[in-house]
Write a protein that binds this ligand. Sequence first.
Ligand SMILES: O=C(O)c1ccccc1NCC(=O)[C@H](O)[C@H](O)COP(=O)(O)O
Length: 262
Amino acid sequence: METILDRIIAEKQKEVLILKDLPVLKEVDRKHVSFIQKLQQAEEVKIIAEFKRASPSKGAINLDCDPSEQTLQYVQAGADAVSVLTDRTFFKGDFRDLEEVRKAITAPILCKDFIIDPIQIDYAKHAGANLILLIAAALDLETLHSLYHYATSKGLEVLMEVHNEAELEKVLTTDNVLIGVNNRNLKTFEVDLATTERLASKIVESNRYLISESGIATTEDVRRVVAAGASGILVGETFMRHEKPEEALRAMKLPLRRVASN
Ligand SMILES: O=C(O)c1ccccc1NCC(=O)[C@H](O)[C@H](O)COP(=O)(O)O
């Protein structure tokens, strides 16, 4: 059965051909901004707050939201990084959103897209990203390694995303330290924080940082994934729908030690 990820990747293959036909991008020299460094010094759970207008699972979330205003609020409330969905077809995002956010904030920015080719990494960097996402389910082992090396050679950090044990095994063949566990099942769209709980020990024991992604809505959810071993969380819909995203974000900033020892 064709999954949403299969459909997204088929679309990305077309997009990549279009990008390769465009004039070559000029290299930009940007200051290195590290999210990993923030994790190394973390006393509180690190929050990646996402700008996401729409999604395949929820349809329209907040279509008229302004990327710079929204993400500036995130950062002022204590977000450690911002994620910007740049996919147009399925998430109504754009690289221009990322460019605008780059002008508004200095915090690390994750380019949230479905990367299958180095040219997308060039576009992410050009727009102002500091981190890119590599989804294990969308890449064979060789491509995962080569995109990882390409991104790091360009000074970018990489969040590698997994949904299950097999994908985690794949990611653990790299020396990347940032692993995202996505709680959303891409076949059913169901979210279950038990996915983080199931995969956490292997990630923590391998000395990587675990970021729990998707379906995090309450302080109790944060407490639960942090108790499992997460050092960070990635939250989109909850902040995008909230009347006061800064309040929702502040409520999630839990101290790592206190939560873990509960
Ligand atoms: O969000 C979706 O419907 C989705 C569908 C298919 C592939 C990826 C999808 N989401 C990307 C993400 O990983 C989330 O935007 C991110 O983890 C934040 O999730 P949430 O807090 O639940 O908005």
